[in-house]
Design a protein around this ligand. Sequence first.
Ligand SMILES: *Cc1c(COP(=O)(O)O)cnc(C)c1O
Length: 423
Amino acid sequence: MPGVSHALFNAARQYIPGGVNSPVRACAAVGAEPLFVERGLGSRIICADGENLVDFVLSWGPLILGHAHPAVTRAIREAADRGSSFGAPCRDEVELAKAMVDALPGLEMVRMVNSGTEAAMSALRLARACTGKTKFIKFDGCYHGHADPFLAGAGSGVATLSIPGTPGVPAAAVADTVLCPYNDLESVTNAFSAHSGNLAAVIVEPAAGNMGLVLPEQGFLEGLRELCTRHGALLIFDEVITGFRLAYAGAQGRFGIDPDLAVFGKIIGGGLPVGAYGGKAEYMRHIAPQGQVYQAGTLSGNPLAMAAGLAALRVLRDSDYAALEQKVEDFCKELAAIFKNRAIDVRINRMASMFSIFFTPRPVRDFADAKTADTDRYARFFLYMRERGFFLAPSAFETAMASFAHSDEDFLSFLKAAAAFAG
Ligand SMILES: *Cc1c(COP(=O)(O)O)cnc(C)c1O
């Protein structure tokens, strides 16, 4: 029914700040109102207005199997029948932890939490405890959830300058956050010199998905590994997006880099709220109750989330990641050609089942490049495509996600619509 989303949004705004429970959903950046979703199936969502859209957001990453995958929903239903939470261990926690350790080459132990935010802040605490140091490096444009120390990065990108990204984050909370531009090893080298002896960690999205998709250049991740080892800092991979998306073995498997710690979320919960952090046993054993580093959670290892994540991983283990990647690669090449033929400047970054459309003439290798993109054109593209049955991320600085549920027809019809947009 037309107008239902609008009415729901009006009601929502009265009770929920901005009418949404996470800011990007508001669609304000593209001049639209949020979609209220009734249901999802496979590659599609059906909205309260009756719109039926091919979904390239996929809950911002978790749904690599598409919406309501039968194996996942069955696992959730069966788990719910057994009870929703015990505050005591259950079998699926062990099974999911084992599945992750088996899949990810750098992972020896893992602790379940409830969100990527919680995982990142816990991993940082652990890195600080293990090294006895306080400062850490993060990259401009990388997102590690909304814990205070990570909310620097909206700043200038000057390595030594940490500007809080939001009111409510005291300067002290980001005073130990050292910002560097993505893909800039020299600035990381300089930061290690400037803060010699007091850097606990480098945290990085091994392929950055929160400034649009920005890929690591040859040698960047290797260089971080080398610098961390040399200076006694821990290398933390934020694999909340990349884990089980870039490959079943994650970014660490795909790139062959061995991080000390890694952070997970999204796909490992099969669409339920979850997070996890893990890594080498020599570090993980410091977490309470095995060690002294406190971290806890009433609903951590929740039976429903564990069942959903485990079911998803079991399907993914036997899924053809290479075939999906080939599909997305062919699609992106055609899409780029469509814009280039109409003399529209575009850069499409892609890897595995992720891609980003930047309307800019220049290669996008860091946040500063991403910010050269024509956001007005992206907003027009978003609205045009939504009219024609496609849901893209409502921001020029987010990553489009494809799933195993997307059909050839989904990609083909997208290309046709994009060609009509390009004119
Ligand atoms: C989504 C995301 C997070 C935060 O996860 P939440 O579950 O939303 O708290 C952290 N890091 C990266 C790279 C993310 O994409």
